[in-house]
Design a binder for this molecule. Structure first.
Ligand code: MN
Length: 438
């Protein structure tokens, strides 16, 4: 089994011959090597897989064509020639790790080769979805989020009895997952606004949810559960995810089967996938207290208890249309950390497969809204404004209870730990467009 480990690719002193990758504030130093799919802007060239390095993209198909990947096993080098990361995801963690080591060798400052012809400026590229996503599942793994939302409806008993026994989730919609940067149209739907019958109108309570997305690597066969100790073999990497939510549509439609149109109109993800290997230095213990119930054996392992969580700071920034026209920069609304989740990625995968469900390469799991214990770490407006009753004040002297047309939501994520190089996720952006009429 391939266990994620800190190795030479994470060494803090490593620098790259791509100068911008050595800037202290870059998300993409040579220790990160996030993967994505891009196309040269304004050209007819086919999409290609690339690795982020500073403000440039290292074109892996160009590397293949130049013979720079010939030292790798065929499965590793051929997976770099496609138009999505699915083949690489399906090849397994050992193959992804071998590719990471090779890209690191080629981009280090002490590399014998400097294949500049394989570099593309990020500003000259359009980022596409990193994978063909067959299925998308959204979890509810932040106990702070679940408690905050539960408290609004059940002040005396915020957490439902199942919460600390299983990672609650619902099956989402893969067809409307879009790469960050794509506009998001405000949905219309049935809203129970106080009359006897609901009305069909544009949502008035449009919200974001700041989450981490997880891509499935190698899949599992139908009918074959995944043991918790092997769950991370099926975890390829992480991105940022905005699970746009229409709270008024959700409130009317969600019983008894859960959210439907309130969430399936759009889900934005950041285009760069930070691999599970890149995350090795940023692991953390699972958050549990002695008051929490014992974990059922299929969801528990000592490794998971000690280091199943991942430390990723997640920030939400907002910029309204007026802020853009007045030249006011985006304003940070919250900062949370993925480390504070009650359930780890390994537990989400093990639970998802525990009934025999097959996960496939390129499937996307959302973590659920990431909120921490403090008010500054509430990961959606529903929590931040307490259902709209305490609007957020903006630098433009505007207020927001929920999102208005023209608002841009920007998620940012990064990992920091003493002794290691900071790595980041880039951004997940989306501007709200007015609803379309029937
Ligand atoms: Mn969600």
């Amino acid at each position: 089994m391939h266990l994620p480990a800190v190795d030479g690719t994470h060494h803090a002193a490593l620098e790259s011959w791509v100068e911008s990758a050595n800037a202290s504030d870059t998300d993409f130093p040579v220790q990160n090597l996030a993967l994505g799919v891009f196309r040269r802007r304004g050209s007819t060239s086919l999409p290609a897989i690339g690795a982020a390095i500073g403000d440039k993209i290292f074109d892996l198909r160009a590397c293949f064509d130049m013979g720079l990947l010939d030292v790798l096993p065929p499965a590793a080098r051929l997976s770099c020639t496609g138009w999505s990361l699915n083949n690489l995801m399906g090849a397994g963690r050992e193959i992804a790790a071998a590719l990471r080591r090779r890209i690191s060798e080629l981009l280090r400052a002490d590399s014998a080769l400097r294949p500049e012809a394989a570099l593309v400026k990020m500003k000259d590229a359009e980022m596409l979805l990193p994978a063909e996503i067959g299925d998308y599942t959204d979890f509810y793994a932040s106990v702070h989020h679940a408690a905050n939302v539960g408290r609004m409806f059940r002040p005396d008993n915020p957490l439902l009895p199942n919460y600390k026994y299983l990672p609650v989730a619902y099956h989402g919609r893969a067809s409307s997952v879009v790469a960050g940067g794509a506009p998001v149209r405000r949905p219309s739907g049935q809203i129970q606004a106080g009359g006897e019958a609901p009305v069909y109108e544009p949502s008035r309570m449009l919200d974001y949810e700041s989450e981490v997305g997880m891509f499935i690597g190698r899949g599992n066969a139908l009918g074959t559960p995944v043991p918790i100790v092997r769950a991370e073999e099926h975890l390829f990497g992480f991105c940022l995810l905005n699970d746009w939510s229409a709270r008024d549509i959700q409130a009317w439609e969600y019983q008894p089967l859960g959210p439907f149109l309130a969430k399936n109109f759009a889900t934005s993800i950041s285009p760069w996938v930070v691999t599970a290997d890149a995350m090795a230095p940023f692991r953390a213990p699972l958050e549990r207290t002695t008051a929490d119930p014992a974990q059922l054996p299929y969801l528990q392992s000592d490794w998971n208890d000690a280091s199943g969580a991942f430390s990723i700071a997640i920030e939400v920034w907002l910029r309204t249309a007026r802020m853009r026209s007045d030249g006011i920069s985006a304003q940070r609304l919250s900062r949370g950390n993925f480390e504070s989740m009650f359930w780890s990625p390994a537990q989400m995968i093990a639970h998802h497969a525990s009934g025999g469900c097959n996960l496939r390469s390129g499937d996307l799991l959302g973590s659920g809204t990431i909120s921490g214990p403090g008010e500054q770490s509430r990961g959606c407006l529903m929590e931040l404004t307490e259902r709209g009753t305490k609007p957020v004040q903006l630098a433009s002297s505007e207020q927001r209870s929920f999102l208005e047309d023209g608002d841009e939501v920007i998620l940012r994520g990064y990992c920091e730990r003493p002794g290691f190089r900071r790595i980041g996720f880039g951004e997940c952006r989306g501007i709200v467009e007015p609803s379309s009429t029937l």
